[in-house]
Design a protein around this ligand. Structure first.
Ligand SMILES: [Zn+2]
Ligand SMILES: [Zn+2]
Length: 98
């Protein structure tokens, strides 16, 4: 396997099947942090070890959230706005009347 199995933060070598570094607690797999919502499943995309943002949906990766990857950019603001617009259906009279 060409997978990089060493911790980005402390350099410890991971055992097969690890999810977090046992020395420093850093995540092993760089995964998309998009939590999904009532209408959409979580993205769950496995990102490359150097990706700060998901290539599928633009959300931050676990490595970026954990501070393992430093990016001068914050989460995609256009996407964030779209997420807010997506939630506007909660204010629909159908829901507020109940
Ligand atoms: Zn570590
Ligand atoms: Zn994603």
């Amino acid at each position: 396997m060409a997978d990089n199995k060493t911790c980005l933060r402390c350099g410890a070598v991971f055992e097969e099947g690890s999810h977090y570094c046992t020395r420093c607690g850093a995540p092993v797999v760089n995964r998309c942090t998009d939590p999904g919502d009532l209408l959409n499943d979580p993205c769950g995309h496995i990102c490359g070890p150097r990706d700060a943002f998901c290539s599928k949906c633009g959300s931050e990766t676990t490595f970026k959230k954990a501070g393992l990857i430093h990016s001068p950019y914050t989460e995609n603001k256009v996407l964030y706005k779209n997420h807010l617009d997506d939630m506007s259906w909660l204010l629909h009279p159908f829901f507020t009347k109940w």
